[in-house]
Design a binder for this molecule. Structure first.
Ligand code: CP
Length: 319
């Protein structure tokens, strides 16, 4: 079987963010993910493609979905996997990030998947070691594999992203998910609105090629996809909106919205604050594809690891 995007040559050495990725690169990953999604439905959902690779998951911040999904994707592709958690490491004894990564590299690793609270850490690691670096979320900068799995999920559910109407609701200022999604979605031709309180909009947000709205009802009547973002309670000082209750009243997706507007599907990157970003029944309704996003994330991360490993040029197929 040939590569899904024909003769397309994927040349990216790392995945630091979608900013560095063209529409062709993004489409190439999404096309490959279709095939890995099929692999996941097989009785034995495993391939030996990365059996000679060693991958470190370097997590300085908490994670459930991203960390487990990367680890499973690596194991499904046959890689050797090592997990590093800063909370149980020599970071607690004062070891620097640079020393940590250079010591890990000395153990002969090929790839690093990194999550860190500081923007730019994945880029910094490319200056420290020769391994391939994959960004699993860096501060409020980017979360590229989340955006890729979101785009993949929209495409699986609704078809071509070109012309798709997507509203992203919530804390636009603090969100790395929204940043990566805006870059990816606009590059693939989707129309994007962002909706939330004025206090949660970054300066110059309209320069990102999106329409800004503060009217949830209007946005839900317009969109094909409503993606609610997690309100990052740990990053609020109570200053950005008067109360959680008021936020939910104005920007929470409710069952009455699903009844009034029949078209849109509901997405959320997780973890959800039930009763804040949306009513609990909305999250559990058949309009929500939140758990599909998680399943699709595994296929998308398999595609990312496969393409970044350089195997696509060496191996003719992944049957
Ligand atoms: N969506 C997401 O990044 O979730 P985790 O923080 O659980 O990885």
């Amino acid at each position: 079987m040939s590569t899904p995007s024909g003769d397309y040559v994927f040349k990216q050495p790392h995945l630091l963010g979608l900013k560095e990725y063209s529409a062709g690169d993004i489409t190439h990953i999404l096309d490959h993910a279709v095939h890995f999604r099929e692999v996941l439905n097989r009785p034995v959902p495993k391939l030996p493609t990365l059996r000679d690779k060693t991958i470190v998951n370097l997590f300085y911040e908490n994670s459930t979905r991203t960390r487990l999904s990367f680890e499973l994707a690596q194991k499904r592709l046959g890689a050797d996997v090592v997990n590093f958690s800063s909370s149980s490491s020599s970071v607690k004894k004062g070891e620097s990030l640079k020393d940590t990564i250079r010591n890990i590299e000395s153990m002969k690793i090929d790839m690093v998947v990194v999550r860190h609270e500081s923007p730019g850490v994945p880029y910094f690691l490319t200056r420290c070691v020769d391994a391939t670096i994959v960004n699993a979320g860096d501060g409020a900068h980017e979360h590229p594999t989340q955006a890729l799995l979101d785009m993949f999920s929209m495409r699986m559910k609704l078809g071509d992203l070109k012309g798709m109407k997507v509203v992203i609701i919530g804390d636009i200022s603090h969100s790395r998910v929204v940043r990566s999604n805006i870059i990816g979605l606009t590059r693939l031709g989707a129309e994007v609105r962002v909706c939330g309180p004025k206090t949660m909009m970054p300066l110059f947000v309209d320069e990102l090629g999106v329409v800004v709205s503060h009217d949830l009802e209007d946005c839900l009547g317009w969109c094909d996809v409503a993606m609610a973002l997690r309100i990052q309670l740990e990053r609020q000082d109570g200053a950005l909106f008067p109360s959680i209750r008021e936020y939910h009243q104005q920007f929470g997706i409710k069952m009455e919205h699903l009844r009034r507007h029949k078209n849109f599907v509901v997405m959320h990157p997780g973890p959800i604050n039930r009763g804040v970003e949306m009513e609990s029944d909305v999250a559990d309704s058949n309009r929500a594809i939140i758990l599909d996003q998680v399943t699709n994330g595994l296929a998308v991360r398999m595609a990312v690891l496969y393409l970044l490993s350089g195997r696509a040029s060496e191996v003719e197929n992944y049957r």
